[in-house]
Design a protein around this ligand. Structure first.
Ligand SMILES: Nc1ncnc2c1ncn2[C@@H]1O[C@H](COP(=O)(O)OP(=O)(O)OP(=O)(O)O)[C@@H](O)[C@H]1O
Length: 277
């Protein structure tokens, strides 16, 4: 049976976003189906975070449409926000008022319709379950100020998971964390994916998340220049510059084959995210 496109977790069509004097997104199409794991890749300033924030209805759309689970994000009251979790680019663990991991995760239940939901045993249990999903239940009462970058990232994921979303968007979850934490994060996201969660992850490069991602959407200067299953990218999928250069060659040889690509290879950093921060 064919599922109506209206119910897809994300459906963006022809999205243009202007910030200041800049056209930051220029006709972006993005369809994310239920259960998919999609990486948004691209160089610094290519528009990845802007696309995520636009999908979340946080930025005005100059033209085009964005729907979340079939509801236009510009009509915020219509959107089923409890179905959507968002993990922003990592905030420093030392910032903000002192709070335990449990308190940070419970804050994920706050919101106009959840004013009372942060109290009581049910909320505590939901927060503990979310901490358990990221392997931090045993640190529930510890202050996040003492957490490492990787542990803080896991707390922020738990905060997004506490409402049991169906779609989780993560902005640069690997940035600035050590290798062991990146591997642990990859395992957590693998488990979440197996549980049926739809994942959209902003990345500079796939790195440890290569096994979690099934589709790569590459942005360059506000446009989608590649949208392809990861398995089609070949063995050298970690080096996107090589992949994209090859795609351009293939496109030249077989102009009608494969997904649409740009006529120039976008410059993508091959350095790790850590190097860039
Ligand atoms: N509020 C703003 N006003 C003007 N320009 C902006 C604004 N926010 C972002 N931009 C510009 O939009 C472009 C895309 O930024 P964006 O943060 O979406 O890129 P990105 O791909 O996520 O990059 P990074 O990996 O560095 O986070 C950049 O050139 C940036 O300078």
């Amino acid at each position: 049976m064919q599922v109506s496109t209206l119910t897809h977790p994300i459906h963006a069509e022809g999205v243009r976003v202007v910030l200041g004097d800049s056209l930051v997104l220029d006709g972006v199409d993005l369809l994310v189906r239920s259960g998919e794991s999609v990486a948004l890749l691209g160089a610094n300033g290519s528009g990845k975070s802007t696309l995520v924030r636009t999908v979340l209805g946080l930025l005005p759309v100059a033209s085009g449409t964005v729907t979340l689970f079939g509801s236009d994000v510009t009509n915020r009251r219509d959107v089923a926000w409890q179905r959507v979790g968002y993990v922003p680019q990592r905030i420093g663990s030392a910032s903000g008022v002192p709070a335990t991991a449990l308190e940070v995760v419970r804050s994920g239940l706050l919101g106009p319709r959840h004013l009372l939901a942060d109290r009581g045993r049910r909320a505590r249990q939901a927060a503990m379950n979310a901490l358990d999903a990221v392997g931090l239940a045993h640190r529930a009462q510890d202050h996040v100020q003492v957490f490492s970058g990787g542990q803080m990232q896991r707390v922020l994921i738990a905060r997004a998971l506490v409402r049991a979303p169906e779609l989780l968007l993560l902005d640069e979850p690997l940035a600035g964390i050590d290798r062991a934490s990146r591997e642990s994060l990859a395992q957590i996201l693998t488990d979440l994916r197996r549980s049926g969660l739809t994942l959209v992850t902003v990345l500079h490069e796939m790195g440890e998340l290569a096994q979690v991602v099934e589709r790569a959407v590459v942005l360059d200067e506000g446009r989608v220049v590649l949208d392809a299953p990861v398995q089609d990218l070949g063995a050298d999928q970690h080096d996107l510059r090589t992949v994209l250069a090859k795609r351009v060659e293939d496109d030249h040889d077989h102009p009608h084959a494969g997904p649409p690509i740009a006529h120039h290879a976008p410059v993508l950093s091959t350095r790790s995210s850590q190097d860039q921060r």
